[in-house]
Every structure is written in C-alpha cells, then in structure tokens.
Design a protein around this ligand. Structure first.
Ligand code: MSP
Length: 665
C-alpha cells in the first residue's frame, strides 16, 4: 500500500478578493503536495472558501448583494485564480455546500451527544472582524486581537465545554512537540492554555447566515466551528461515503498563517477530542507577508494581486520568490524590486542561463545528444567536486524541505547552480569545442555531461517549487514528462549517453526596470478602480489595453462623466471612537466602522462637534481617498460635510436608518 499524504490550507474568507498573502499559503501547500506526489505518496490537497458568519453577511450588505451572491462570486474568483496559477488542489470545499453542512451538523451531534455542548446565556463582547468572543469590557471596547471596537452580544447560546480540555491539550503539546510548529507558536499556545480556558459560545441567534444548529434552527453554528470542520467534511465525514475520510484523515499537515493559531491549535483539537475524532498530525503556522512594512490585508488597503505578477513574470516567478525570499515561519516583505532582483539573479541568470547554455552547447558540439563523460585522462577532480555537491544537495534539500525550510533548501540547490556556472567558466567548453583533437573532445564531453547532469538534478529538485519552467527544461533535455519522475530515485549519474535533446528555448526571459514599473502601474490602476470592480471576476489587465479614463476636460462645461463620479466611493459609516487631537484645535480623530473594517479618519470638525456627541452617529465617508497624514496621524478616508456659513462643517446624514457599509451612488 502506498504512503498517504493529506495537506490543507485555511479556507479563505470571501469578504475580500484574493491577494498574494492568500497565494503564499496555497503555493507553499502546492509545492509540498507536488513533492509528495513525486516521492510516490498518494496525496490529497484541500483548499476552499469560508463563507458564513456575520462578517460575510455584512460585507454582502455593504456590496448590495445577498450573502449567497457575494459568496458565489468571490469563491469563484479564488478558484479561478488558483486554476490560472496551476495550483494542483484535489478538492475545493465551500462551507455553503450541502456536503459541508451535513458534515458540520453530524460533528455537532457527536460533540453534543458526548456531553460537551450545553445551553446557557452569553453576555459579552464579540469582534465581528475576527469572528471571536473576546475578554473585553463594555460596549465598543477594543478587541484585544485587532483593536477594532467590539459589539456587545446578549444571547441564549450553546456552549462548548472547552474548559474540560485544558489538561488534555497541554498533554498533547508536550507529548507531541511537532503538533504545533514552529516552536515559538507552540510556546504561545501553551501559555495561552495554561492561563485557563473558558467554555466557548458556539452558536449565534442574532443573525442567520450560517448552518442551523441541529434540532434548534433558531441558532446558527459559530462560524469557526463551522469553518474548521471543512478539513473533515471535505473527505466525507458524516456522510454515507467515507472512503476518502477513512483513507486520508488524520491530515499530515494543516498549514495556516500565524494569526489563526489559536483556532487551529486550541479549539480545533478540542472539538475533535470531544467528538472522538483523531487529531491532525501537525499544524504549521507561517508568518505574514508584509507590504510597505504592514501585514498585507484588505483592511489596510495594501494588497498586491497575484494576477499582476502572473501576467508579467509568470507563476513560477511568484512561487520561487515567496519560498526562496522568506524564511518560512517568519514574517517577510514583498516588493516588486526584490521580486525582479530575485527573478533575474536566480531564475533568468541562474537556472535559465545554465539550462540554455548547457543545452545549446550539447546541440552545437554533439548534435543534440548527451555525450558520455570520460573516466580517463579527461577526467579531473573538478568533475568529482560537482558530483559531490550534487549528492549533498539531494540529501540535504530533502531534509530541509521536510522541515518546511524552503528558503534554505532552495539556497542549497542554487548553490549547485552557482558551482556549475563557475565550473563552466573555468573549464571553457567553448574553447574545447574549437579543437578537434581527441583529448579536447573527451574533455568537452565530460564538462558538458557534468553540467547537464547537475542541471537535471536541480531541475528535479526544484520542480515542486517552479513546476512550469522545470517541466520545460526536463522536456528540452529529452527526459519526457517530469511528473512521472520518481524523486526518491534521484541520484548522480542517471543521465544516459545519447539522450536526444528537444528544442532548446529560454525559459526565463530577463526582466528590467520597466518590468517593475509595469507591475506597479497595474497595481495602482487596480487600487484606483471603482470598488464595484471588486466583486467581479478578476481578469488580467495588460497595461497597454487599459482605456484612458474619461476626463472632465473632454466633456463640455467642466462636467464629469458618470464613470468619473463612480470613482468616488462613498459609504455609510458609524463613528465608534471620537477624540480630540492633541495640539490641534480643529481636528478630531475618529474610528469609523464601515461594516467590513474600521477606519481611522482625521477630520477638521472639532470646532463644530464635541467628540462625545458623535459616538454611534452614522456618517458618510469617502473611502477610496489616498491616505494622508495630519499631525502625524494617518487619515484613511474623508468625512463628508456641508460647508455652511463661515465654513462651519455640517455632517451629512440620513433621515431613514441606513445599514453601515451601504454605498452611495
Ligand atoms: N476563514 C478564516 C480561516 C478559516 S480556516 C478553518 C480566515 N480567512 S482569511 O481569508 O482571513 O485567510 C487567512 C489566511 O490567509 C492566513 O491564515 C494565511 O494563511 C493567508 N494570508 C492572508 N493574508 C496573509 C498575509 N498578508 N501574509 C501571510 N498569509 C496571509 O482567516
């Protein structure tokens, strides 16, 4: 029986379109899954979307859609992007699917029947952004996780007896140290659990966008219990067909970002223990992808879309950059400069150049057939040194990859690329090629065989990370379909004499400064596009084909077109926090809830409004205004007011009640 391997990504919220932060996790899992397949394991790779909960319900409301419309659209966007990137997932789970609903309800019943769910009353604070019950006191108190204002929830709820699992969880972390990786996260989780666990509210009755609690449909199941279950419902848990579940559960690794460690390392194993379901073998939490020094996220508005990089440099460039540049487990920065620098150094001038020059010389000097290395006088210690470097690379690359040390693994493999480059320069095959004597021919054969064999080894090792380019190089080397190659068999000396090369073509064309500018421009255009574009399927936007915006100048009397107006995104917000700005008589600092996020806005209204009169008031915000700093505070949006007599600001409002987040058109 072959070895099994099951890997999962978190399922992504559908309140925001995908960006390279989501792609980061999915790419890492894809690379691991591809390598496992190459090693002969029967592999199952799951991803999907998380579609229930108050956050999604409000995002839909703000977009003027039903929750189902929004989730259908955004879930399809994620899926289309993963397909475009060639991510080879085996299943894509949506939490609004029937198979998931039944599975979650089956899990609920098991936990309930085992005595771990009871009914009680909950009064406390809830953070809609994190979908988390928090220890905070008083209406609007800031969430300890994200500092956004929390909402007071008073409900009759179902509770999960989380407190019963304190000791069991602590035992799990100490007996299975690899359950949570890296170690820093394990330590954080351990101290969190040691400080005491309170029972967890696992149902909500104030909104309905969720899975009904079995036998009590007034309540919906807490979104995290719903979401976490995807890892087993996708395999058929709770259904009549449990073949996949029986085969693949428990998961070998569940990959997550570090901000959702508590849900995966405390709640998830506790739910499973309560249901009597085996635990996953390990949870691996990676760090954050930062852009302009902050976590890349929709609420910060600092996202980079994968589409831009795909259009300009291709999926392999993004994959290689993310796994090579960032130490997996730690935070790492993304920039277009660094991306292009890495691309040129390691892919265009590194692997790409090694492939084209080695294969071009074999074509030229040996009619496109791999020559045989000489073991006689034409053989030198430099050849052995390359073979030795390659052997070490194979052994160590595998070990590093297994420990999720992708960047060190790739560094090691590219050490072989550098060694062969140097070897080629020092052995000057082009000079040998000019000579016709037997010794020079034998030496040339050895040098080109050694180079080609090293190229083959790097190509095989790198395949899970850069699948497209390596498949091309493999085919150019006349080796057929790389997917059929068994990585466990990889060793020095397997390249056969006489292997006929295919057509040799460059795989990584060089990039330059204009490549960076092009990508930056594409991203800027996306950011300034009307917000309604957000819910549309993401289409590639080649720079040249973007029509010039209609400008006021082209219309009579300085009028603007409807497109011009649509660029201004006005939304209803609710003031949660208002305070004076020290040293500025006219300014107030506001925190305004927009339904999907809370924004800081600095407004010149202090002379007209006392801060306390504004709390809870609904206002109109220009949300897509570029942020600017006022007295050192970043203002992220503008509050709309009439400028009355003497310039006195009068805030814009509504006679009817309008939900937070609603767009003005
Ligand atoms: N829906 C929950 C997860 C439920 S899993 C049962 C959720 N969704 S999310 O859309 O916010 O996605 C979070 C995950 O996306 C992170 O844990 C991480 O895997 C990935 N990332 C999103 N932004 C990221 C960065 N800026 N950097 C790194 N990873 C990022 O939380």
């Amino acid at each position: 029986m072959s070895r099994k391997f099951y890997i999962t990504t978190p399922i992504y919220y559908v309140n925001a379109r995908p960006h390279i932060g989501h792609a980061y996790t999915t790419i890492a899992c894809d690379a691991i899954a591809r390598r496992q397949r190459m090693l002969g394991a029967e592999t199952y790779f799951l991803t999907g979307t998380d579609e229930h909960g108050q956050k999604i319900e409000r995002a839909a409301q703000a977009a003027g859609k039903t929750p189902q419309q929004l989730t259908d659209e955004v879930s399809a966007q994620f899926r289309a992007l993963w397909d475009r990137m060639g991510l080879a997932y085996d299943d894509y789970i949506r939490t609004t699917s029937d198979r998931h609903k039944y599975g979650v309800q089956a899990l609920w019943r098991r936990i309930r029947d085992n005595g771990y769910i009871y009914k009680g009353h909950y009064t406390g604070q809830y953070c809609v952004f994190d979908e988390l019950y928090v220890d905070a006191v008083g209406p609007g108190a800031p969430c300890p996780e994200c500092s956004r204002p929390t909402e007071t929830v008073q409900e009759e709820n179902y509770f999960f007896k989380l407190s019963a699992f304190e000791d069991k969880l602590l035992r799990l972390y100490s007996e299975q140290p690899d359950f949570i990786r890296p170690e820093t996260r394990r330590n954080e989780v351990t101290s969190f659990v040691r400080s005491g666990l309170r029972d967890l509210s696992v149902s909500r009755s104030t909104f309905s966008w969720g899975i009904p609690v079995p036998d009590d449909p007034k309540h919906v199941i807490y979104v995290w219990l719903d979401a976490l279950s995807n890892y087993i419902t996708a395999l058929g848990y709770g259904s009549s067909d449990t073949k996949l579940y029986d085969k693949f559960w428990p998961a070998d690794v569940q990959m997550i970002g570090k901000e959702i460690v508590r849900f995966h390392c405390v709640y998830w194993p506790a739910f499973l223990m309560a249901a009597g379901v085996p635990l996953p073998k390990g949870i691996m939490a990676h760090g954050w992808l930062l852009f302009e020094e902050n976590k890349m996220s929709k609420s910060r508005g600092n996202i980079v879309r994968a589409e831009t990089i795909l259009d300009v440099l291709g999926a392999d460039a993004l994959r290689y950059f993310l796994l090579r540049e960032i130490v997996f487990g730690q935070d790492g920065s993304f920039s277009f400069d660094a991306l292009v620098q890495r691309y040129n150094a390691d892919l265009a001038n590194g692997l790409g150049n090694l492939a084209s020059r080695t294969l071009a010389m074999i074509t030229r000097y040996f009619h496109g057939e791999v020559p045989y290395p000489s073991h006689t006088a034409a053989h030198t210690p430099a050849d052995d040194a390359i073979a030795e470097t390659a052997r070490r690379a194979i052994a160590e690359y595998n070990a590093l990859f297994d420990q999720y040390q992708f960047s060190r693994a790739l560094e090691l493999a590219w050490g072989l690329v550098a060694a062969v480059d140097k070897y080629i320069v020092e052995n000057e095959p082009w000079s040998l090629g000019d000579k016709q004597d037997e010794e020079s021919r034998a030496r040339l054969a050895t040098v080109l065989y050694t180079s080609a064999e090293a190229l083959r080894i790097v190509t095989a090792l790198a395949h899970p990370v850069i699948p497209e380019a390596t498949a091309k190089i493999w085919a150019q080397m006349g080796l057929g379909d790389i997917k059929k190659f068994s990585l466990s068999d990889l060793k020095w000396g397997q390249l056969h004499l006489g292997t006929k090369l295919g057509t040799v073509e460059a795989v990584f064309p060089r990039a330059d400064k204009s490549t960076i500018e092009r990508m930056q421009k594409m991203e800027e255009q996306q950011r300034s596009a009307p917000a309604t574009a957000e819910a549309k399927p993401v289409a590639p936007t080649p720079v040249a084909s973007v029509p010039p915006p209609t400008s006021a100048a082209s219309l009579p009397d300085g009028k603007i077109s409807i497109e011009d107006f649509a660029k201004v995104e006005l939304r209803v917000g609710q003031v949660k926090v208002a305070e004076k700005v020290k040293g500025a008589d006219k300014l107030l600092r506001l925190e305004v809830d927009l339904g999907t996020e809370v924004r800081q806005v600095v407004a010149g209204i202090a002379e007209a409004y006392a801060p306390e009169t504004l709390i809870g008031r609904k206002v109109v915000i220009v949300v897509n205004l570029a942020p600017r700093k006022l007295r050192g505070l970043e203002s992220n949006g503008m509050i709309v007011a009439a400028s009355a007599e003497g310039g006195k600001p009068v805030l814009c409002g509504f006679l009817e009640d309008v939900p937070v987040g609603t767009r003005l058109k």
